[in-house]
Design a protein around this ligand. Structure first.
Ligand SMILES: NC(=O)c1ccc[n+]([C@@H]2O[C@H](COP(=O)([O-])OP(=O)(O)OC[C@H]3O[C@@H](n4cnc5c(N)ncnc54)[C@H](O)[C@@H]3O)[C@@H](O)[C@H]2O)c1
Length: 263
């Protein structure tokens, strides 16, 4: 399928899990893909796997918490491929802790990765998109190049025990998406957040394997359709970047495995 032929997808956290799956699906559907991640080994692995499958991709080593690193990644993508059509912010970490014991550095790291990382990437792309529109003015919004921004929030945005930092970051993203949706639609940029429930990826391997699988059993029982697979998320990301989602902006989409209550 060539649904995204000629398009450029820029994926933070593309070296693993949900970002990796989205990178592979975009490449399989004709997009040029940039993987931005600070895990070099897996970044190169995913780059090679996509190339071996016939896709167009490059891996860029960088850290979403650092403005100069984010700027370099976005600048390099624009130089190499001419633009970024889809910004997907999937870089993420967990540093859980109960409120009374949560170290300040765990707060900072989680907020900086998810929330500041989204801000820095969004800003680096938006300023280039806006500059383009100002130099090439059009009467109708829809005549500007069609851009999409998707950030991965979480069901934990609604609260989760032991995740004060993570739920703050994921809830913060929801406000950012509404603001970006309001500000950027005049440049034909649509911004969305998705809120997955538990999906089987390396970020959860510690939680799901500890205490003889006690937590795997617990969560499997709480999600009617079971712990999810990365494809349940990537197919929504690709939909939100497709023609079929052209009339949507500023949406927050749950990917909940049928679970409507809290964890
Ligand atoms: N897996 C789930 O159950 C689940 C559920 C809801 C939301 N999410 C969110 O989805 C996103 C992707 O998670 P995942 O499950 O794919 O995890 P993952 O650990 O498999 O992948 C995360 C990637 O982000 C990269 N990364 C982390 N910090 C970075 C930084 N500072 N700079 C650059 N790269 C960095 C890691 O190297 C890794 O490759 C995260 O934001 C996570 O919070 C995951």
């Amino acid at each position: 399928m060539d649904r995204f032929k000629g398009k450029v997808a820029y994926i933070t956290g593309g070296a693993s899990g949900l970002g990796e799956k989205a990178a592979k699906e975009f490449a399989a559907e004709g997009a040029k893909v940039v993987i931005f991640d600070f895990d070099k080994e897996n970044g190169i692995r995913v780059e090679n796997e996509i190339k071996n499958a016939g896709g167009e991709v490059f891996y860029f080593y960088g850290d979403v918490r650092k403005a100069d690193s984010v700027e370099n990644g976005v600048k390099t993508a624009f130089e190499k491929y001419g633009t970024i059509d889809f910004l997907i912010h999937s870089a993420g970490i967990l540093k859980d802790g109960m409120i009374h014991k949560l170290p300040e550095e765990n707060w900072d790291d989680v907020i900086n990765t998810h929330l500041k990382g989204f801000f820095l990437n969004l800003q680096a792309c938006a300023k280039r998109w806006i500059d383009y529109c100002r130099v090439n003015p059009k009467e109708n919004v829809a005549d500007y190049p069609d851009r999409r921004v998707i950030t991965i929030s979480s069901q934990a945005a609604e609260g989760n025990i032991g995740q004060l930092n993570y739920s703050a970051a994921k809830a913060g993203m929801l406000g950012m998406v509404k603001t970006a949706g309001l500000e950027l639609i005049r440049y034909n940029v649509r911004t969305h957040a998705i809120m997955p429930t538990l999906i089987e990826t390396p970020i959860l391997s510690d939680l799901l394997s500890k205490e003889d699988g006690k937590w795997r059993k617990y969560y499997s029982g709480r999600i009617p359709l079971g712990i999810g697979e990365p494809k349940y998320v990537s197919q929504v990301i690709l939909f939100l970047c497709s023609e079929d989602a052209w009339f949507m902006n500023g949406e927050i989409i749950g990917i909940n495995g049928g679970r409507l209550d809290k964890v």
